[in-house]
Structures are given as C-alpha cells and as structure tokens.
Design a protein around this ligand. Structure first.
Ligand SMILES: [Zn+2]
Ligand SMILES: [Zn+2]
Length: 270
C-alpha cells in the first residue's frame, strides 16, 4: 500500500505494510505546500520523520497521532497481551527526565479527553506494519497504556475522518475553546461545586479532591473568543460523564439535554 496524501492513513487496515521511505516522505513533505503530499495546512504532520511520534493537525483538534515503534526499544514498550490489543508506550524522556508539557507527550496525555485516534505502527523487515487505531486508557508515570479501539469506535471515527465536514470540526474546536476559556476556568475555581449533574458523584465527598469540569451546553455559532461566555452556559460534570457526553456528541447530532437524559437513563439502570 502506498500513501499519497496524509488522509490515506485513515484508509489503512490492520496488517497493511508501508515502506519506511513512503511514511518518511509523507511526514516530511506534508509540511511543504508545493509537494505532491501536501493536502492543506490542516493535514500537516508535526515533528520530524525520524521521531517515533508524530501528529496530524494542531491541538486541541488533532486528526490523529502516529506512533512508530519497535517492541523493546524502550523499557516499557511492547505488547502486553498475546492478542495484540494492549500496547505500552513510553513517554519521551531527555536524559531520563520526562517533560509532560512537551508536545510529543502532551498529544498522548490529551487523547482521552480529545478522542483523536492513535495510529500504531510496528517495525518489520518490509517496513512499518499498521496495527490499527488505538486510544490511551491509562497514564502511568513513564508510559501510556494504548488499547485497540473497538470496531464501532473505529467506524465512527473513520467516517468522521473520511468526510471531515469542516463545519462539525470547527464546531467541536469552538466547543473545546469555550470550555477552556479563562473566565470560565476562573469562575469554576471559585464556584466550590464539585457535584456532577449526571451521575451525582461529588468529587470532594468521594475523593476529597476539589475537582469538576465544565461542559459547554449550547451550540456554538462562531468563535467563542468573540462572545461573552459565562459559567451559566456550562454544565458541571465529572471527567467520566464529561467524556461520555463528548463521545456521544461526536457520533450523534443531539443537544446536551438529550444526551444528558439518555446518559442518566443508562446510568440509573445499573
Ligand atoms: Zn459524572
Ligand atoms: Zn464538554
């Protein structure tokens, strides 16, 4: 299989092999507007091709993270199980010190919240073998645990990637911007409410940790930077429920109140 444009990465199926030259050139020349690999600024693949980790697009809306790895090259790196569903992947370290702010590490740390696929390649004699799309399920001190995405998630993510409706992508970025706006984060800090409105877990009561996340409830029209956004526009959620809301949001066109009542119904069933 030959990759001609960055988007071709989403057409790979597990077991496909691509040559090292091909992946190197794709990463290198995705940045060069006169190159045949160029597919626009949104598809630039960050980091140099020599590095083990690259990313397509810019945070917060990455389209994908690309990992090229050889089991055993770092202490933790390698398959955890015989079925090849779990792969442990080490954070990048300089002289034994890990900086979690470094791009190569922060694209892994942010994945559970932002939900872009991780495309995992392992080395073989013929080149890079595509193992499939993965997600981060655990953050350890020195490595992350990557788990193979279930088929349904691969389908929903790849259909999202193959027909990247500009509008829905933009809306999602603006949604994340609204949730991270400075005024909201400051208001959140002072609110002293740590109760999730979906599952009713109170972080302070349960863990003795003053923590809560803000989910922007409204549909966003235009850039949130140009608008007055207050804490009243947000729902207060625990990280678990917040993630569930985002997963549903990305696959179904429902508003927050519909998502909330569906999740509460399911939560109370247990
Ligand atoms: Zn919750
Ligand atoms: Zn949210």
């Amino acid at each position: 299989m030959e990759l001609l444009k960055p988007n071709d990465l989403f057409r790979l199926t597990s077991g496909d092999t691509i040559t090292k030259r091909n992946l190197y050139d794709l990463i290198q020349f995705s940045k060069v507007s006169i190159s045949q690999y160029w597919a626009g600024a949104d598809f630039i693949i960050g980091n140099t091709p020599q590095q083990g980790i690259n990313w397509m697009g810019t945070l917060p809306l990455l389209k994908a993270v690309i990992i090229k790895t050889k089991a055993g090259s770092y202490k933790e790196d390698g398959w955890y199980d015989d079925n090849r569903t779990i792969y442990n992947y080490s954070f990048k370290a300089k002289d034994g010190i890990i900086s979690y702010d470094e791009k190569a590490n922060s694209v892994l740390i942010n994945q559970p919240q932002l939900l872009y696929p991780i495309l995992l390649f392992t080395e073989s004699k013929e080149g890079w073998v595509f193992e499939g799309q993965f997600s981060v399920t655990n953050l350890e001190d020195t490595y992350v645990v990557l788990k193979r995405n279930s088929t349904s998630i691969i389908e929903s993510q790849s259909s999202f990637d193959e027909s990247p409706s500009k509008d829905s992508e933009k809306m999602y970025v603006n949604h994340l911007k609204a949730e991270r706006s400075k005024s909201v984060l400051l208001a959140l800090k002072d609110s002293n409410i740590f109760l999730c409105e979906i599952c009713n877990i109170d972080y302070m009561d349960k863990y003795n940790i003053p923590y809560i996340e803000a989910h922007f409830k409204n549909r966003i029209i235009g850039d949130p930077a140009d608008q007055l956004i207050s804490l009243n526009d947000h729902a207060l959620l625990c990280p678990n429920c917040h993630k569930a809301v985002h997963v549903v949001m990305k696959s179904k066109d429902l508003d927050y109140h519909q998502i909330k009542s569906n999740l509460i119904l399911n939560y109370n069933r247990e």
